[in-house]
Design a protein around this ligand. Structure first.
Ligand SMILES: [Zn+2]
Ligand SMILES: [Zn+2]
Length: 386
C-alpha cells in the first residue's frame, strides 16, 4: 500500500506550514512562535486535549480513537528547534532570523506530525489513544529529558513512543531502521592543562603546557586505538585548542582543550571516561604540570526496542514497500531519553541527495511529506487496530 490518499490532498497545506516554520527558526527552548502555531493547529484539528508548557515550551496533543477499549496509548514525537547557523540555501522561504536556521529538518518533522495529527483526528480509525509530542531543544538542550522530567509519560499514560528523522543520503521517501543501539552517547570533555609560562627562548625555566597538551592529544587517541575492543565503536575527537598566549615568544601558563566522545555501549562509555581521566592525571604529573578534566555525560545511547522496531518497519513497508537496515550513527539524538522511559523505536526517512544536516545549504525535501505523514498514520492504525 502506498502513501495515504488524504496526504495528496493536504500535501500543499503541510508544505506551507513547513516553509512558514522554516522562515521563522527558533533555538533551544525558545520555540515560542512554533509552539503556539502547533497548539493552535492541534486545537483546530479537534484534538481531545492540547497541553502546552510541558518541558517549558513543549506541546502535547491527545487524540482518542473511534474506540478506546484496547486501553493502548502510543505517542508520536517530533522536534521543533533550529540551529545557530547562517542559512545559505537562497530558498524563497529561507530563514528571516540571521544566525538561526532549520538545518536539521525539524521544521519538516513538526509539519509532518501536524499533518498526521490532522488525519488521525479526522479519521480516528483506531482503538486506543494517540498522543502527539512536539518537543523543544533537541539540539543540545535535552528537551526530551526536560519533558520526561515534567511527567510526560505518566501524565498521558504513554505506553510506547516513536520518533522519526529525515536522512540526507537515503533515497527520497525510503525508510531505514535498526533494533538495539542506534545513535551514540554524546559525552563532552574539557581539559585545563596547567604549566608555568615564561620566555619562549628559555623553556627549561618553566613547564610548557603546549607540549603537554600535544602529548595529551596524541595519548588520547590510544583510547580508541589501543584500549577499546576493535569490534566496538568508540570515537574520541579533540575539537578545540586554546592557549592563554597570543605571542610567538611567550610560553603560556595554560592550554584549554575541548572535545567529544561517542560510544554505543555503557561499558565503552565507562572505559573512555576512565582512561581519559587516567591519562590527564598521569601525563600531567609526568610532565611536571597538571591536566584537570571536566567530563560531562550528555545524551545517552539511543536504543531501539526490538518489538517496536518491527512494528515501525512494518508500517514503513506498508508505506514505501521496503524498509532498509540502517547503519549505526555516531551522532546523538535526545529521543534516547524517551526510549529509556518507554519501549519504542526511531526510524530514518530518506531526504535524498541533499546537503547533510547541520550544513548551511541543507534543506528539508517537501516531497517526502506524504511518506512521513503516512508512516505516522500507519503506525497508529496498525498498532491499535479497530
Ligand atoms: Zn541536528
Ligand atoms: Zn535533528
Amino acid at each position: 500500500m502506498p502513501t495515504k490518499n488524504r496526504f495528496a490532498q493536504t500535501h500543499d497545506a503541510i508544505t506551507a506550514w513547513r516553509r512558514d516554520i522554516h522562515a521563522h527558526p527558533e533555538l533551544m527552548f525558545d520555540t515560542h512562535r512554533t509552539s503556539a502555531l502547533v497548539a493552535e493547529k492541534l486545537r483546530a484539528f479537534g484534538c481531545d486535549e492540547v497541553v502546552t508548557g510541558i518541558g517549558r515550551t513543549g506541546v502535547v496533543g491527545v487524540i482518542r480513537g473511534r474506540r478506546c477499549g484496547s486501553g493502548k496509548v502510543i505517542a508520536l514525537r517530533a522536534d521543533m528547534d533550529a540551529l545557530p547557523i547562517l542559512e545559505a540555501t537562497g530558498a524563497p522561504y529561507a530563514s528571516t532570523v540571521p544566525g538561526a536556521m532549520h538545518a536539521c529538518g525539524h521544521d519538516g518533522h513538526t509539519a509532518m506530525l501536524l499533518g498526521a495529527a490532522q488525519y488521525i483526528a479526522e479519521t480516528r480509525n483506531f482503538d486506543g489513544t494517540a498522543v502527539v509530542i512536539f518537543q523543544p531543544a533537541e539540539e543540545g538542550g535535552g528537551g526530551a529529558k526536560v519533558m520526561c522530567d515534567d511527567g510526560l509519560m505518566q501524565r498521558f499514560g504513554i505506553q510506547e513512543v516513536y520518533g522519526l528523522h529525515n536522512w540526507p543520503g537515503l533515497p527520497v521517501g525510503s525508510f531505514a531502521i535498526r533494533p538495539g543501539p542506534f545513535f551514540a552517547a554524546t559525552d563532552e570533555f574539557q581539559i585545563s592543562v596547567q604549566g608555568s609560562g615564561g620566555h619562549a627562548a628559555k623553556p627549561h625555566e618553566g613547564v610548557d603546557p603546549v607540549v603537554m597538551a600535544a602529548q595529551l592529544i596524541t595519548a588520547i587517541q590510544t583510547i580508541s586505538s589501543r584500549n577499546a575492543d576493535p569490534t566496538e565503536q568508540l570515537v574520541v575527537s579533540v575539537t578545540s585548542i586554546e592557549s592563554s598566549s597570543t605571542a610567538m615568544n611567550v610560553i603560556p601558563g595554560s592550554v584549554h582543550l575541548k572535545g567529544t566522545i561517542r560510544t554505543l555501549k555503557p561499558a565503552m562509555r565507562d572505559l573512555a571516561e576512565t582512561r581519559l581521566r587516567a591519562l590527564c592525571i598521569h601525563l600531567g604529573a609526568a610532565m611536571g604540570g597538571s591536566a584537570e578534566l571536566e567530563y560531562q555525560r550528555n545524551y545517552p545511547v539511543m536504543v531501539n526496542h526490538v518489538e517496536q522496531t518491527e512494528f515501525a518497519a512494518d508500517a514503513a513497508r506498508a508505506v514505501s514497500g521496503d524498509c532498509a537496515d540502517a547503519p549505526l550513527v555516531m551522532g546523538g539524538e535526545d529521543f534516547a531519553y524517551m526510549l529509556e522511559e518507554r519501549p519504542g523505536a526511531y526510524i530514518l526517512l530518506g531526504n535524498g541527495d541533499t546537503a547533510p544536516v547541520h550544513n548551511a545549504e541543507y534543506d528539508f525535501d517537501d516531497s517526502i511529506i506524504p511518506s512521513g505523514c503516512s508512516w505516522w498514520a500507519e503506525l497508529v492504525e496498525r498498532r491499535m487496530p479497530v
